[in-house]
Design a protein around this ligand. Structure first.
Ligand SMILES: *Cc1c(COP(=O)(O)O)cnc(C)c1O
Length: 357
């Protein structure tokens, strides 16, 4: 038999993205919203389907969606770039500004896709660390930037999987450093609506800063692949050269536009989950666990007297799925639980108490 074609050497060595889709009753592993979007949104989208020109390509520039998002954030439409999930936004950034011969910088532990997409698109990944409490020290950023002069520097705020927010001072400090080396700072705000402040307020055509957002979490729309960035118009113009033509289908665009009619509902869901997070956090602190304070819709914790893999399996055996982060850089023995409904979280707590005793 003729030999099979091998993938690129670096791809052959790579591990794919692993987030097991196990069939359980209580799914608290991927930070989705436990609540559906409003019924009015679903009905409006169903109505819209009848008016789609199915034989025609979608609006390539996603004109209306970008105009609505620009309104929401008080920026110009040419400062908005939308794509199939914020992961496609990140990939397009990487294809445009990263790639062979360039570096991207991440500070572990953080969202795995930043480095994964960096590598797949051919860049070198410069990895910085965090302090023992998982906070980011701007001096460490300085060290990594001096060493590798990355084209793209990633921050994630609130950070997945730690839940920690970067302060305005830290973001401004990192931004000044990135600006000094002629790089681009990407702040991933997938959980931005849960946080006390947003780097969106720093966006300007004069700063090499973009902020990414997603419909997957706070908008309860993970099933629609839709995310976007707000940034300088000159960045958006470059991204548009790179992304595939007609990449964002008509239905996703319509879903994104219609969802924005329900900003108040979204904000109510965010407050509800924030309150529930407080309840879950307090309950976790009564157990033999190290618990990180979260400004997102998930909580990172570490069993202090039990093996994380065994705790994870014990929860699965009780039909509760959380994220096992214990193999991630800097997160030995850690698990991450998404804030669910009160019922979901009670089932999780009951199962966890059983497993830990
Ligand atoms: C969930 C998540 C995303 C989401 O990506 P989508 O492609 O929009 O679903 C992006 N960044 C972070 C940090 C996330 O946790």
């Amino acid at each position: 038999m003729a030999p099979r074609i091998a993938p690129r050497d670096d791809i052959a060595l790579m591990d794919g993205y692993h987030s097991p889709q196990v069939s359980v009753d209580v799914r608290l592993n991927t930070n989705e919203s436990p609540l559906p979007p409003p019924a009015g949104f679903v009905a409006a989208l169903a109505d819209h389907i009848a008016s789609v020109d199915w034989n025609r390509y979608p609006d390539r520039g996603a004109t209306e969606l970008r105009a609505r998002l620009a309104e929401l954030h008080g920026v110009d439409a040419d400062q908005v770039f939308a794509a199939n999930g914020s992961n496609e936004v990140l990939q397009t950034l990487s294809l445009t500004y990263g790639g062979p011969g360039r570096a991207i910088a991440v500070f572990e532990p953080t969202y795995a896709m930043h480095s994964q997409i960096g590598r797949i698109t051919g860049a070198t990944v410069a990895v910085g660390g965090r302090a023992a409490d998982l906070s980011l020290d701007p001096q460490e950023v300085g060290r990594v930037l001096a060493e590798s002069s990355p084209a793209i520097t990633y921050l994630c705020s609130p950070n997945n999987p730690t839940g920690l927010v970067e302060t305005r001072e830290t973001v401004l400090d990192v931004l000044a450093q990135v600006e000094a080396i002629g790089g681009l700072l990407v702040v991933d705000e997938a959980y931005g609506q849960f946080a006390p402040w947003s780097a969106l307020e720093l966006i300007s055509d004069d700063r090499p800063l973009v902020v990414t957002r997603t419909y997957s979490k706070t908008w309860s729309m993970a099933a629609v692949r839709l995310g976007y960035l707000i940034g300088p118009a000159w960045v958006v113009a470059e991204l548009e050269k790179v992304v595939l033509p007609y990449h964002l289908d008509s239905l996703s665009q319509a879903a994104g536009i219609l969802a924005l009619r329900y900003v108040d509902d979204m904000e109510q869901r965010v407050s509800l989950l924030t309150e529930e997070r407080g309840r879950l956090d307090a309950a976790l602190r009564d157990l033999p666990l190290e618990v990180w304070p979260s400004a997102a819709n998930f909580i990172l914790f570490r069993p202090t007297a039990a093996d994380a893999d065994e705790v994870w399996q014990g929860l699965v055996d009780r039909s509760v799925l959380v994220r096992n982060c214990s193999g991630w850089p800097g997160l030995q023995g850690c698990l991450r639980v998404t804030i669910g409904t009160r019922d979901d979280d009670d089932r999780f707590l009951t199962a966890l108490r059983e497993v830990l005793t």
